[in-house]
Design a protein around this ligand. Structure first.
Ligand SMILES: Cc1cc2nc3c(=O)[nH]c(=O)nc-3n(C[C@H](O)[C@H](O)[C@H](O)COP(=O)(O)OP(=O)(O)OC[C@H]3O[C@@H](n4cnc5c(N)ncnc54)[C@H](O)[C@@H]3O)c2cc1C
Length: 405
């Protein structure tokens, strides 16, 4: 009988990996060890419908509890893995107990960056948004008329801003960079999203950083900004990015860069240890990337599962992503890394548009704003390797379907 597969991290990738191993028909013993107290659940709604109170937590679970017993997948929750002993092929829990593995998968995700204590990062009322506990704490703060400061104009910050406005809060969002979405999207996309947020009365202040948070009796009450101004706040949401959870791997002597380094078969530098999801850095177009998305967590974990079960197919990322803000659906296909040209195409109905990214003349990604047709077309173009003519794309009269012919 094949030995135990131990999966560290009971999140999106950890669950997908276990489920795929079973779907393939591989019956080896599996144990998932997860630090959180909940069964594996999807995170995207935490800053969308769950935070709005429109989705019960049960609906976030990938599977109900009995699925794990039915599929002979042992799951240990509220359990932190402290160490990997590679020579002994064991993982060591926080309570000192050991678990033997034949194959180990690290799906430990990422941890949100926090503000340092010196600028008030440890005051009460300062939150991040990564897990259910964060979302529950935030939901309790979201009461009409309260004032929230959101630090960081990435997707997490913008989604939180949309929820806060929906709940009737006064929202100020600061972004230290020249513009919101600087790291992830083109100026055209940022311009559209900025207008939408301003129409919803979010105060967006770009090129504005935080000097420090000011506390009273241990709770945040105000924020001093880099332009010298001070604003009163009731609570703060920090959305300034995440760092991969690669400490276990690093301490075990595995190769680590911006995350746990894996090859296209999701293998780390130890052949019996795999890694997938937000914690892994993988090969991409001759370089390396780390992706933070559901698509990557699932597809990479499933590829790892197939390899573990004896297959050979390499993981070739086909990135896609989405973000919901107000009634706006932003859908992204491809990965815009290194783009040198963009093209803005108006959509066929009001409020719809798409931004197409090119690198050295090749189409590499599209941001579709309330424009499902642009998203689907972009995704298909990437899958089929067709490079659309820019002139045709730029012409609003072109039916996108023609580009696929
Ligand atoms: C609020 C929010 C909104 C998002 N919205 C979107 C979206 O709209 N679209 C999209 O594509 N992606 C979105 N994402 C990103 C997506 O959810 C992540 O990319 C995905 O969850 C990554 O899966 P993962 O399994 O790698 O990590 P996670 O799902 O974070 O799971 C990792 C798990 O490992 C556990 N763990 C870590 N270290 C240990 C240890 N030593 N011992 C035991 N357990 C450990 C952690 O506690 C965690 O439960 C969002 C993320 C967040 C937080």
């Amino acid at each position: 009988m094949t030995g135990r597969l131990v999966i560290v991290g009971a999140g999106q990738a950890g669950f997908a990996l276990a489920a795929k191993v079973r779907a393939i028909g591989d019956l080896r013993p599996i144990t998932i060890v997860g630090a959180e107290e909940s069964l594996p659940y999807q995170r995207p709604p935490l800053t969308k419908k769950y935070l709005l109170g429109e989705m019960a937590f049960d609906r976030l679970l990938f599977r109900p509890e009995h699925w794990y017993a039915d599929n002979n997948v042992e799951i240990r929750l509220s359990t932190w893995v402290e160490q990997i002993k590679r020579a002994a092929k064991q993982v060591i829990m926080q309570d000192g107990s050991a678990l033997d593995y034949e194959t180990l998968a690290l799906t430990t995700g990422a941890t949100p960056r926090r503000l340092p204590p010196a600028v008030g990062g440890t005051l009460e009322g300062v939150y991040v948004a990564r897990d259910k506990r964060d979302a529950d704490q935030l939901a309790a703060e979201m009461r009409a008329g309260r004032r929230v400061l959101i630090i960081g104009g990435g997707y997490i910050g913008l989604e939180a801003a949309a929820v806060a406005r929906h709940r009737g809060l006064e929202v100020t969002l600061i972004e230290m960079a020249d513009r919101i979405l600087q790291r992830v999207a083109a100026k055209e996309t940022a311009d559209i999203m900025r207008v939408i947020h301003r129409e919803h009365d979010v105060v967006i202040r770009e090129k504005t950083g935080l000097k420090q948070l000011i506390g009273k009796n241990g709770h945040v009450v105000a924020a001093e900004l880099s332009d010298g101004s001070t604003i009163d706040v009731d609570f703060v949401i920090v959305g300034i990015g995440v760092a991969p959870n690669d400490r276990l791997a690093k301490e075990a002597g595995l190769e680590v860069g911006n995350g746990i380094i894996v090859d296209s078969l999701a293998r780390t530098s130890d052949p019996s240890i795999f890694a997938a999801g937000d914690c892994a850095e993988l090969p991409w177009n001759g370089g390396r990337i780390r992706l933070e998305s559901v698509q990557n967590a699932v597809d990479q974990a499933e590829a790892a599962a197939a390899i573990i079960a004896g297959g050979e197919a390499a993981y070739d990322p086909k990135p896609w992503f989405w973000s919901d803000q107000y009634d706006v659906k932003l859908q992204i296909a491809g990965f815009n890394l290194g783009y040198d040209e963009t093209l803005l195409r108006p959509g066929s109905r009001e409020g719809a548009a798409s931004v197409w990214y090119f690198k050295q003349g090749r189409f590499i990604a599209v941001d579709a704003i309330n424009d499902a047709k642009a998203y689907v077309t972009g995704k298909k173009l990437l899958e089929t390797g067709i490079n659309p003519a820019k002139s045709a794309l730029a012409d609003p009269a072109t039916d996108l379907k023609q580009l696929l012919a």
